[in-house]
Design a protein around this ligand. Structure first.
Ligand code: SAM
Length: 346
């Protein structure tokens, strides 16, 4: 008689009753694992689990990755930019926030600046010719030779005009003409009768500005703020019709006007920045204006507040000075940058 098999206490004996369930589990697990690997190859890879954003963190989408990654592989950059053959984007400057053109056209002679702009902007005719026509005059406030402004007669204007003795001034942000007319008067007093002031302004003000200036600006007409004709009426009242075109409106956005002046070779010896006061507007204005500032010329502007009252101008000015190796001199409510270096200066 065969002896009965010895009782088995091995692992295999213990697992044998569960063999089916274990096999089924392993099949399901390996199928899930393979699917996981396949799908992960379509997601961006992360270098470590710590870089996986928590729900509360900002997720940088692939199209903005060039702002955070050291270098986006060319294939990603190409897909993001939608152009063929683009290289990787560097994380640090220079990138688009710092990339402003600084090569402008052949300089137009100072005494040809007004005619150049009349040709380019006003079909060769002064916008002040026969101004204002009766139907426009009927809509305007009485012209003000000293219109409402902001720090528009500060000592900084006379100080800089006296030291720079500019042929051409560019003002960014003219509103009703207060600071432009003050500069015109200062230049005249300093025996600089030919100084030209190019007043770049879209003459739209800003959303909601009318509530604060009802006594200074005419009522809008069919959505037209009427700031341009009011500015022009003020200029004619202050300097007379003959000299008015020396305080010439350039009625466009600061960015498009500055880029056009650059293309046309219209440069300034003195530039005042007083248009948009948020960081991005001031940053773009300062950088674009720098290209049309003559070497040796000076840029200054309004609203250099304390850090507690900083709407963005101060940060833009400070950053610009740092990038260009310039110094900033606060002057009352204004800021003044050290003169633009001559070519070849380090
Ligand atoms: C503070 S006011 C200028 C005041 C003037 N400098 C003075 O002292 O009388 C600002 C002006 O900038 C203009 N402005 C703001 N952003 C602009 C932009 N992006 N392009 C053109 N003009 C702009 C507005 O229309 C407004 O007239």
């Amino acid at each position: 008689m065969k002896p009965p098999p010895p009782p088995s206490f091995g692992v295999s004996a213990m697992l044998r009753p569960h063999l089916r369930s274990i096999t089924a589990f392993l099949l399901v697990f390996s199928a899930g694992y393979s699917l996981g690997i396949l799908s992960s190859s379509t997601r961006p890879t992360t270098s470590s689990s710590s870089s996986v954003p928590k729900p509360s963190q900002t997720v940088i989408r692939p199209h903005a990755a060039h702002l955070t990654n050291d270098v986006v592989p060319a294939s990603n950059a190409t897909a993001a930019a939608g152009t063929a053959g683009t290289g990787g984007y560097p994380r640090s400057p220079p990138h688009d926030l710092f990339r402003f053109g600084d090569e402008c056209g052949e300089p137009v002679a100072s005494d040809a600046v007004v005619q150049t702009l009349l040709d380019k902007l006003f079909d060769g005719e002064s916008p002040y010719a026969s101004f204002p026509p009766a139907h426009t005059a009927a809509l305007l406030h009485p012209a003000a030779a000293r219109p409402r402004g902001w720090g528009s007669t500060g000592a900084v204007f006379a100080e800089l005009i006296e030291s720079v003795r500019p042929d051409t001034i560019i003002e960014l942000g003219a509103f009703l003409g207060a600071s432009a007319l003050h500069m015109s008067a200062v230049a005249k007093n300093l025996s600089l009768p030919n100084t030209v002031i190019l007043c770049v302004d879209d003459f739209r003000g800003w959303p909601g500005f009318r509530g604060r200036f009802r006594r200074d600006v005419p009522a809008q007409r069919h959505g037209d703020a009427l700031l341009l004709p009011q500015f022009m009426a003020n200029v004619v009242a202050a300097v007379g019709p003959e000299a008015a075109e020396r305080v010439l409106p350039v009625p466009f956005s600061t960015a498009s006007a500055l880029q056009a002046l650059c293309r046309w070779g219209v440069y300034a010896d003195l530039i005042e920045v007083d248009a948009g006061h948020d960081f991005h507007s001031a940053w773009a204005d300062i950088n674009l204006a720098w290209a049309v500032l003559r070497p040796g010329g000076v840029m200054f502007g309004h609203d250099y507040f304390t850090s507690a009252d900083d709407r963005g101008v101060r940060r833009a000015v400070t950053l610009f000075a740092k990038v260009k190796g310039l110094t900033v001199r606060p002057h009352g409510q204004h800021w003044i940058l050290s003169p633009k270096p001559q070519a070849g200066d380090s």
